[in-house]
Design a protein around this ligand. Structure first.
Ligand SMILES: Nc1ncnc2c1ncn2[C@@H]1O[C@H](COP(=O)(O)OP(=O)(O)OP(=O)(O)O)[C@@H](O)[C@H]1O
Length: 606
């Protein structure tokens, strides 16, 4: 349940961001108020015109003067309005871009545990549509709401001075509007929150189904997905219709009551003129002013709703911005001179933040030591916590107990950037970015110049047996689609592996990164890896015997602990559970490539 805030508290949170552009917004506001004052001045010119020109013996030149002044005032009003846009729009977009950038930066800084909890669509809608709403409110809504209120106040004051009796009728009509306005504000805020949250959920659904389009199609579940989407979309539609109806009702009251007041004051005004208590010019000016005030009064409903929607957008934005970074740099990071890569887990405990309190820790006292340069395979039944253990090394999650050290230094004592340059990771589930192969491979590398970058790229692709890259239309510069969808599973894995190698880590963590390769390619990769990364400590989750046999030693994860460590042969001979795990591993690889990738790698389809 998000924290409840008042309108002023929410708007106040935006103040530090608006502060730098306040002078320009103020100039915009002055222009807007100038336009309103000019609009309100036109009826006064009309009053003078009616009272002086429409009198017997009046000079015709007065007509031309008055017409000229009205035309000039009209031009001035238009100029003020154009200037208002000029002053407000550019700075508001600057604030929007600033907010969006800091939002994105914060998302990068937040831990994986945060991202586990939040739907991507909710974050997407906050980053895009909510900030868009805030910008429109800053550049237009906020300013126009103040100008509207001021225009109404000034207009009604002028109407008071023109005829206090007629103005009183208007004020009486305002009382129910104000009462209704307060009720509307509370109610509309809730509906607006509901619709923005529903829009976020809908975005998550679209994102997930686009992402999982192959699964949906393969299982013939597209129409079910469509039905579920339609239901969600209908839910949003109903909320939007409900929202629009309540705004329409509010606008009806806000428009109707002043119109009724106008009708009453028209009759009364004529009676006053007949009685000689009011001049005809004053009556004309009164109604012309009322016509000018009518516009702002009518726009109050939409402006108020815009403000309430912006409040919701601000709340939603700061809900994410207020999420604390749980994995942070230490106050005084350790800067090791040379990293050897000795990796030690000592009594490591870990439980996911959303795990039930009575559930035992996923990792319940893991103790394991990897000598510098050693390759260790991690084996365990499915769900035993192998991936979880791996994710603790680059601090994607922090241990909940115990320590992990590299070269005797607790991971939490390294600066995060330093740690992640020491440790590189290749996951089974490979994410590639919409960019060139080169950029994807060199993502974690830090080459001194172009020549070194080229060398790193070549070597990494070579070790990962990803020479197919050179047969792509633009070689390493070929743009690969979102998540590399246009490549086969095995090709994506090899690029992801090349990325981990190009980072030249001291500690390489691999979560079954070769699962989609055939045995021959896996052997080639392992062989080359041993050559190139002889100095690198490697911890690899193994899901098949071929990977296990290539490791120096194997660690068995059982019941949240390392129950045995030894060579493959030792464990096979002396450990019952190990034999059981190995027997349950597939003897033959998944070999995605043999199905998806042509033998002749020149035939890659992009
Ligand atoms: N993000 C998460 N939030 C909560 N629980 C999780 C999360 N990821 C994994 N788990 C749970 O932690 C346990 C260990 O999962 P993990 O993925 O580490 O196992 P694994 O040994 O790598 O499995 P596999 O061999 O199938 O890949 C499982 O019970 C799983 O349900």
């Amino acid at each position: 349940m998000p924290p409840q805030t008042t309108l002023w508290q929410s708007l106040g949170r935006l103040y530090p961001h608006i502060k730098p552009i306040l002078p320009r917004l103020f100039l915009g506001f002055l222009c807007a108020i100038g336009a309103s004052i000019v609009a309100l001045a036109i009826p006064q010119v009309l009053r003078i015109l009616v009272n002086s020109y429409l009198q017997p013996g009046a000079q015709s030149s007065a007509l031309w003067w008055a017409t000229g002044i009205v035309a000039l005032l009209g031009i001035l009003e238009a100029a003020f309005m154009a200037l208002r846009r000029q002053f407000a729009i550019a700075p508001a977009t600057t604030v929007e871009t600033g907010l969006r950038t800091s939002f994105y930066r914060h998302l990068q800084d937040l831990s994986v545990a945060f991202h586990d909890r939040w739907g991507s669509g909710q974050l997407l809608s906050r980053a895009m549509s909510d900030l868009n709403l805030i910008r429109r409110w800053m550049a237009f809504g906020a300013m126009m709401l103040i100008v509207t209120v001021l225009t109404v106040v000034i207009g009604v004051t002028i109407m008071f001075f023109t005829s206090w009796q007629l103005a009183l009728v208007f004020l009486l009509a305002a009382v129910p509007i104000i009462v209704y306005g307060f009720r509307f504000r509370r109610f509309y805020g809730k509906v607006s929150r509901q619709s923005q949250d529903q829009a976020g959920d809908l975005a998550t659904t679209v994102e997930e189904s686009v992402h999982g389009i192959r699964v949906l199609k393969a299982f013939g579940r597209s129409s079910e997905a469509l039905d579920a989407f339609e239901e969600q979309a209908q839910g949003l539609r109903q909320t939007e219709v409900f929202k629009a109806n309540s705004l329409a009702k509010f606008s009806l009251v806000v428009t109707l009551l002043p119109e009724a007041a106008l009708a009453v004051s028209l009759v009364w005004g004529i009676l006053l003129v007949n009685a000689g208590d009011l001049s005809i010019g004053a009556l004309v000016a009164f109604f012309a002013t009322a016509a000018v005030v009518a516009g702002p009064v009518e726009s109050m409903g939409p402006l108020l709703s815009m403000t309430l929607t912006a409040k919701t957008a601000i709340d939603r934005h700061f809900e994410v911005m207020d999420a604390k970074r749980t994995i942070t740099d230490p106050p005084q990071p350790r800067r090791p001179q040379a990293v050897r890569g000795h990796l030690a887990f000592k009594d490591v405990h870990f439980a996911y933040p959303d795990a039930a309190g009575d559930r035992p820790d996923v990792l319940d006292g893991v103790t394991l030591e990897l000598r510098a340069g050693e390759t260790m395979a991690l084996v365990g039944i499915t769900g035993s916590g192998k991936s979880t253990l791996l994710q603790l090394v680059p601090r994607l999650y922090d241990v909940t107990g115990g320590t992990i050290r590299i070269d005797g230094v607790d991971l939490r004592e390294y600066a995060l950037e330093e740690l992640r340059s020491i440790v590189a990771v290749a996951f089974e589930d490979t994410t590639l970015f919409s960019s060139s192969v080169r950029d994807n491979v060199l993502l974690g590398a830090d080459p001194a110049n172009d020549a070194e970058a080229e060398l790193l790229l070549r070597e990494a692709l070579d070790v990962a047996q990803a020479q197919f890259v050179y047969s792509l239309p633009d070689g390493a510069d070929t743009l690969i689609g979102e998540e590399g969808l246009s490549l086969s599973g095995g090709q994506r894995q090899r690029i992801a592996l090349a990325r981990a190698i190009a980072a030249q880590p001291s500690v390489l963590i691999m979560d079954d990164p070769l699962s989609a390769l055939d045995v021959r390619t896996e052997e080639l990769v392992e062989h080359r890896l041993r050559e190139v990364l002889a100095e690198t400590t490697t911890l690899v989750v193994a899901h098949r015997p071929s990977t296990v046999s290539l490791a120096d030693r194997v660690a068995l994860l059982e019941g949240g602990r390392i129950s045995a460590v030894g060579t493959h042969a030792e464990l096979l001979a002396g450990n019952e559970h190990y034999r059981h795990v190995i027997a349950s591993l597939p003897a033959t690889p998944q070999d995605l490539d043999s199905e998806l990738e042509p033998d002749d790698e020149d035939e890659v389809v992009l």
